[in-house]
Design a protein around this ligand. Structure first.
Ligand code: ZN
Length: 86
């Protein structure tokens, strides 16, 4: 199991639970994952980067906050032009 010396990696806004299949897709397609908000560059703030997700709130660009709250983006935004393919 991997680890990190960067406390920022453990922020709640930086954590997304994925099933094995989705995790494998993120790992296999890093550029798609980056476009969908599942991979961030070190300089990116996870609270300021939405992730394309489907949840009980609906599907869309979703903001994750360090206090554990989740919100769909209040601004209409187009669906991403990329997607994971099997
Ligand atoms: Zn999945």
């Amino acid at each position: 199991m991997g680890g990190t010396s960067r406390p920022a990696h453990l922020r709640r806004s930086n954590l997304v639970t994925l099933c094995r299949r989705c995790h494998d897709r993120v790992e296999a397609h890093p550029e798609v994952a980056r476009a969908l908000g599942y991979r961030l560059d070190r300089h990116q703030d996870p609270e300021e980067t939405a992730v394309w997700a489907s949840s009980v709130l609906g599907a869309g660009w979703t903001h994750l906050w360090d206090d554990g709250s989740v919100a769909l983006s209040p601004l209409p935004a187009p669906a991403p032009a990329v997607s994971f393919t099997a």
